[in-house]
Design a protein around this ligand. Structure first.
Ligand code: ZN
Ligand code: ZN
Length: 322
């Protein structure tokens, strides 16, 4: 099949699909200039993921962990949702508006970009939580909150948070654009030890019990994913009406639990469309009538592929002009 035939065959399936599952991974955040631990060689300012994103790290050094998440909040706020975020939000709205059709978006990203692109919350599962969420660490207090207005939460975090702008990253398979850096060329940032004078007394506190320290509402290494969120995906997959199309975006789809979802849908006859900068097994996928692979930046390939459903004016005017 030529790439044009591929696209048309995908679009026919998309238009006829009754039930669609979208699985989104870190590649979509990278298109907006947000990198993950993995892309940054597992480090942030010389600190490893183990020092920054585990329950033990938070118990031992809540100052460092909060400064790290404060920096991530800041960077996420400075990043802009890309065209694929907007296209997915519009796809969800259009499909959900049709009584006979269903859609669910499952994202592994914690940066809030889906939400800022207008993604309907009721149709979204944030598997790993969000850097804009927090919850109380006090054993008997179950307070949970979300704050997307204040970048820094406390005066001390405002003072100590490194202001790191999002980094446009060119993927290895594309020619590097001007001023863009390739993730694999990033050099390790060393020796930027953080100073925490007076920070201990001014970390985010629980507004309900007034004693508990708040922690970021993300899933850390060694923690299990939220059962409530997992159950929503499970119910969607196991309902009588089967999923007939899965869109896998910005991930190889080979990491758990995304891989499990793809396999379950496939077993029930669903077709799979991959949108990623790197496609493994491209040759065998091109022979598989139940799969499509669109290699490249999903921010460019996805809106084009979804066009028969979302049209060309899928972005809110306020963002198109900015
Ligand atoms: Zn490279
Ligand atoms: Zn509390």
């Amino acid at each position: 099949m030529s790439s044009q035939e591929q696209l048309e065959s995908f679009q026919r399936c998309l238009q006829g699909a009754r039930k669609i599952l979208c699985i989104v991974g870190a590649g979509l955040s990278a298109s907006s200039g947000l990198t993950t631990f993995q892309a940054a060689n597992g480090e942030w300012r010389g600190h490893s993921a183990l020092e920054l994103a585990t329950p033990e790290a938070f118990r031992e050094n809540p100052e460092l962990v909060w400064v790290f998440y404060s920096a991530r909040r800041y960077t996420a706020m400075k990043a802009r949702p890309n065209d694929a975020h907007f296209a997915l939000a519009e796809l969800c709205r259009r499909v959900a508006a049709d009584e006979r059709r269903e859609i669910l978006l499952v994202t592994q990203n914690v940066d809030g970009l889906h939400w800022r692109a207008g993604q309907p919350e009721a149709l979204t599962v944030e598997l790993h939580g969000s850097v804009f969420d927090y919850r109380c660490t006090e054993f008997l207090c179950n307070y949970k909150g979300r704050n997307v207005r204040d970048h820094f939460l406390t005066a001390a975090l405002r003072k100590h948070t490194p202001r790191e702008p999002p980094q446009p990253v060119a993927s290895c398979c594309q020619p590097a654009k001007k001023r863009a850096r390739c993730a694999c060329e990033d050099t390790r940032e060393n020796g930027l030890a953080l100073q925490f004078g007076g920070l201990e007394g001014d970390l985010p506190r629980c507004p309900r019990c007034r004693v508990g320290l708040l922690r970021p509402g993300v899933v850390w290494c060694g923690e299990s994913l939220s059962l409530v969120q997992m159950d929503r995906v499970d119910a969607f997959l196991s309902a009588k009406q089967k999923v007939d199309l899965v869109l896998v975006i910005g991930t190889s789809g080979r990491v758990w639990p995304a891989m499990g979802y793809v396999e379950r849908a496939q077993l029930c006859g669903s077709r799979i469309a991959l949108f990623n900068t790197e496609i493994e097994d491209a040759a065998s996928i091109s022979k598989n009538k139940k799969m499509w692979a669109f290699q490249g930046n999903a921010a460019e390939t996805l809106p084009h592929a979804l066009e028969p459903v979302i049209g060309r004016h899928y972005k809110p005017r306020s963002w198109s002009q900015a």
